[in-house]
Write a protein that binds this ligand. Structure first.
Ligand code: MG
Length: 252
């Protein structure tokens, strides 16, 4: 009897894993490894959308005058994101000649696209700044009517908790840090982990654990074909990559 239960359970797990949605492609800092593009540029967002990526990831900072800008680096072209004003930062040029975008300008461009917006709030200099940033982001996303298309990610556990507290209840919020188990993330109200590939190499079982808990698993930054293949086989939900075209080819 017990043996039969095990067999039935195994068949059920096999069917569920077959039914699982295909791995989705998230362009890391947009699709930037292409002509006329640059990391975290509006062009990179539009190009990620044009090749049909599920999502396009980008990084957000809070400036000295409490405004929001899109960039990865804490210091870009000798300017500190957290210690410069919006005006100073948006004068800077990205490598494709585009102005460094304010979040508002970036989201205005996003309104004309279909790709999901994977918004990373960078770890800021203190928790108060992070709360201010989360409040402003959530408000702006609502104002721009993008609530159905946004997902939040952060290395800051405080920012993650604040997104969960302040964004509409069904908004996916993923944690980037890597040290929390799927169960711990579930208890926080996270949509799942968004962890570095090395973490999943140590804990491949976390992908299935996420699924059992009704969560999704995202992984960054996967640019090698062998890693892509391995993660797709394990049923990972999202792969964040600098090589979206290579990943798309793997998924065909
Ligand atoms: Mg990022």
């Amino acid at each position: 009897m017990r043996f039969r239960t095990i067999i039935i359970t195994s068949i059920f797990i096999a069917i569920v894993s077959q039914m699982q949605a295909q791995t989705q492609v998230i362009a890391h800092r947009g699709f930037w490894k292409t002509e006329g593009s640059a990391q975290n540029s509006i062009a990179a967002l539009l190009k990620a959308d044009s090749i049909g990526c599920y999502g396009s990831e980008f990084d957000v900072w809070l400036t000295k005058d409490n405004e929001l800008v899109v960039n990865h680096d804490p210091i870009y072209k000798m300017r500190s994101m957290e210690h410069s004003t919006l005006e100073e930062l948006t004068k800077l040029r990205l490598n494709n000649g585009e102005e460094l975008p304010s979040l508002e300008k970036y989201l205005k461009a996003a309104q004309k696209t279909n790709t999901r917006l994977i918004l990373e709030l960078k770890k800021l200099r203190n928790e108060r700044q992070e709360t201010t940033a989360v409040e402003k982001i959530v408000r702006l996303i609502k104002l721009m009517n993008l609530e159905q298309r946004v997902e939040y990610i952060s290395f800051s556990l405080h920012a993650v908790k604040e997104f969960i507290r302040l964004a509409p209840p069904q908004t996916p919020v993923f944690y980037l840090g890597g040290e929390l188990t799927p169960q711990e993330l579930k208890e926080l109200g996270c949509a799942g982990p968004d962890y570095q590939v090395g973490i999943f190499k140590k804990h491949p079982e976390w992908i299935m654990e996420c699924h059992k808990l009704g969560m999704k698993a995202n992984v960054w930054t996967v640019d090698k074909e062998e890693d892509m293949k391995w993660l797709i086989k394990l049923g990972i939900d999202f792969i964040t990559t600098n090589e979206p075209l290579i990943l798309q080819k793997q998924l065909k």
